[in-house]
Design a protein around this ligand. Sequence first.
Ligand SMILES: Nc1ncnc2c1ncn2[C@@H]1O[C@H](COP(=O)(O)OP(=O)(O)OP(=O)(O)O)[C@@H](O)[C@H]1O
Ligand SMILES: [Mg+2]
Length: 474
Amino acid sequence: MSYVSTGIAGLDNILNGGIPAGNTVILEGAPGTGKTTLGVQFLYHGALEKNEPGIYVTFEELPNQIYQEMKSAFGWDLRSLEKRDMIRVVCLSPETFLDQMTEPNGLVEQIIRQIGSKRLVIDSISLFKLAAPAVDGHRKSFYSVRNILRKFAQTSLLLQEQSAEQSAVIPFENYVVDGVIRLAMKGHLQNYRKRTLEVLKMRGTRIFEGEHQYKFTGEGIHVVPALSMVEDKVVNLEQTTPTGIARLDQLLQGGIPDGTAFLIDTNSKANHKYMLASIFASQLKAGKKVVSLISSLGTVQDVENGLSLFDISLKRHIRNREIFFIEHFKRPYPAEYADVIIDVSDLNNEEYKPVVREKLSPIMAESISRGEKWFVYYDLNTVFSQRGSQFVSRFFAEEIATAKAYGLTVVTLCNFAEMEGEVASYLERSCHGVIKTWVDGNYQYLQLTKSPNGVISEPMIVESSNQMPYVSLV
Ligand SMILES: Nc1ncnc2c1ncn2[C@@H]1O[C@H](COP(=O)(O)OP(=O)(O)OP(=O)(O)O)[C@@H](O)[C@H]1O
Ligand SMILES: [Mg+2]
């Protein structure tokens, strides 16, 4: 399958590469949404950048008008492309057009052959209804238009007016074509309107669902895909440790890059136990040393049970001094754990950090100097409930700075909904990756909303499984 680049910034990303070659696509929208601009931009880009000639069929405007408008608004010189047979502007009545399309070797066929056209835009098919008023005649003529476009493998945009009343009924044309792209204008913030583009269907390619905003610029239409992807250039993406969850590792191109900080944002209903155990187990299997905060909801026994599902013996790692725990609740531990438990339950907020440092720094410093790597797990919900939001934002800022300096990999569990907006957005900004998981109705979802490689996922369903890692993403 080959994809035709649209030339519209951002749109090819939403289409996963472009419009599948030869597809007939409806571009619908209310008056003034930008259909004509997008259609001409598609042809202009093809002619100028891709060496693909194209035809613009218009029923409304005269060629001179279009040349002028496009030149003054976007600097597109259609006239010179027309002279080079890279673009042909065809201005006729819808009746003549339909006649010519149904006739063997009609006008449009001739032009397609003449210039070797690859792209075609019709502005607009809404006028077909007037040209062939009987429902039957109208449908027939629409089918013949589509068949000719297919026969000549024209990747085409058929522009369609859409009024507010119409939008509830899906026109039959939308079923017949390969793709539908909708432009819309909506109320936005106060006193503003935003323009949105949505791909409702596109045969032959995966689409990036949702409404994406676009703007008019001096170079034409510019679409900004929702949750836009920005790669973190500072992070070394070469060394990664898998999460153990196949789809997530695929999205992260291997797993969590060593030395980065990830947040898992989860509400209390969502089950994050297996994902967390899987991440933990993979880090241990990769030879990392671990520091883990013991949450208010679970005990070391729970951690041990979770890890045993992944064939990890916690006791062995404890005996080898490869894992350390921070205890906030003064819970009792068997004697063999004494060396690896750091009890902070009696410490106030000022004492907390120096005491933890004093215990761990010598061990970590010596190990890091030997080239060993560390994995740190926090449950910020526990820190938050025990020590307050002020402490969380200050504590976390320092922790992230330290982690970055020493190349530690950090995974932090938290619940954005329970944090103050400012703290939540601070956390989100300071981390390299954010994984959200939540329950809605009878399903649990998971979405990668930020990652160092810039990949962002759609919401995926978390399905449980009876094999390692006990969850999979669908
Ligand atoms: N450079 C620009 N900056 C801001 N807005 C612009 C710019 N160029 C065009 N527009 C807006 O785009 C609208 C026209 O876009 P276009 O003609 O492509 O829309 P259309 O969907 O084809 O409309 P119609 O249904 O009337 O044919 C104008 O009404 C104008 O508001
Ligand atoms: Mg128009």
